[in-house]
Design a protein around this ligand. Structure first.
Ligand code: PNS
Length: 163
């Protein structure tokens, strides 16, 4: 059974991530979406909230699991006996960052392969940061995120401690 891991911050998941997950779930037997967290770095959503939103957004895909991890990606990949790391590649601007990560990961574990999937054209300009910015300024994000994310973003941005 071939397992692929799709790591990311997912703060929060948006339709571009979902598009990559749907594509990869057709290509691999088992897919693990892994929310990376770093104790020192906080985001708008906690790791548990991010996992919950991804689970809700991917409930229609029966070979997708969702979890979180702290520490090195290569260790998480090894612990889960995975073969491949998946990343979405949106535009040339992503390339340098992705190239650096893929080569660093390969130098930490020469067996690790990174596979890049191109998201749909409609989601090529999406990022969690820009979705949060549009939502915080009152713009509509209906077409950019799953419904559960829209609802939770609304709650977060209205509540105390908003970013
Ligand atoms: O969604 P992002 O923020 O672009 O995802 C980046 C992520 C989480 C995949 C990357 O930062 C990562 O793998 N973090 C885990 C720590 C690690 O292994 N770092 C060294 C490899 S670059």
């Amino acid at each position: 059974m071939k397992t692929a891991i799709y790591p990311g911050s997912f703060d929060p998941i948006h339709n571009g991530h979902l598009d990559v997950i749907e594509r990869a779930s057709k290509l691999w037997d088992r897919m693990i979406v892994a929310v990376a967290f770093n104790g020192a770095k906080t985001g708008l959503f906690t790791p548990d909230e991010r996992v919950k939103l991804i689970k809700e957004s991917t409930s229609h895909l029966n070979n997708v699991e969702v979890t979180s991890f702290e520490g090195l990606l290569v260790d998480f990949v090894r612990a889960n006996e995975a073969d491949v790391v998946i990343r979405g590649l949106r535009a040339v601007s992503d390339f340098e960052y992705e190239f650096q990560m893929a080569l660093m990961n390969r130098s930490l574990d020469e067996n690790l392969e990174t596979v890049f999937l191109m998201p749909s054209q409609e989601s090529i300009y999406l990022s969690s940061r820009i979705v949060k910015e549009v939502a915080s300024l009152g713009g509509s994000i209906d077409q950019f995120v799953p419904n559960c994310v829209k609802a939770e973003l609304g709650r977060k941005l209205e509540g105390p401690g908003r970013e």
